[in-house]
Design a protein around this ligand. Sequence first.
Ligand SMILES: [Zn+2]
Length: 282
Amino acid sequence: MADTFTPSVASRAFGHGRASVIHTARIHFFPAFPAGEEWVTEDTVTDEEGRAVLGVNSLLVEAGPETILVDPAWWPAHETKLGPEADLEVGPPIDRSLASIGVGPADVTRVLITHGHPDHFNALLVDGALRFPNAEHLFPLADWEQWVVRGDGYAVDEIRSLLRPVERAGKLRLVDGDLVVGGGVTLLHTPGESDGHQVVRFEAGGERLYYLGDLFHLPVELRQLDWAPVPGRDAVVLQESRLRVLRDAAAAPSTLLFTHGAFPAWGTAAKTGPDSWAWRYL
Ligand SMILES: [Zn+2]
């Protein structure tokens, strides 16, 4: 089965660095936006059942001595479900995609995790050991406290089993607020999807690249900044985080990508109103 996969990677130069989007899976599901509201825009991919088709994209940034992997995802080749609602199409294994651009697991200097949902870090381990054995793993403190310490939310057991070995290996660093990581990479505290959610900004050669994690899931959310496709999130906090990042990105030539965009997921945001933006894939 796994041998049918070919690596799926899109790379671009940023200054002296390189950024590569790595496709790992596709998700099919019906988002829970306000009933009757149109959520399919020009740039929204849907399947024959009318469900949204979301990508799952990891990012690799190579800049000077840093090889930084963001939200590494991996599923067994036979997996077909993501939670009770969504169908999953597993893509190429992340190791094979990294190898296709000359990066081995031991080369990764840091793993950045945007938030505590396991589809953003289920590649951390191989047979219980660290897949990226030399990397410092940066995880948001508020999400650690929620899932690992308090055991509050879904997939607590999975999340604990992914993170405890990292902690035991002395490779876990918990992040509280914004953080300059190195190599032109900064973490921006952007709560909403979770209390600790963080966006990754890479600056090089006068350009910026934003890896948005789950700040957005679908293009319509740039037009409707208070919409979230999963109910129960704090819309006011989420909207403030979205505005912060969109305004920050407007200050320089910027490329944006979100974890669940359609591969290769590179895009731009253009302002269309006071609190409204339009997404365009590049
Ligand atoms: Zn996600």
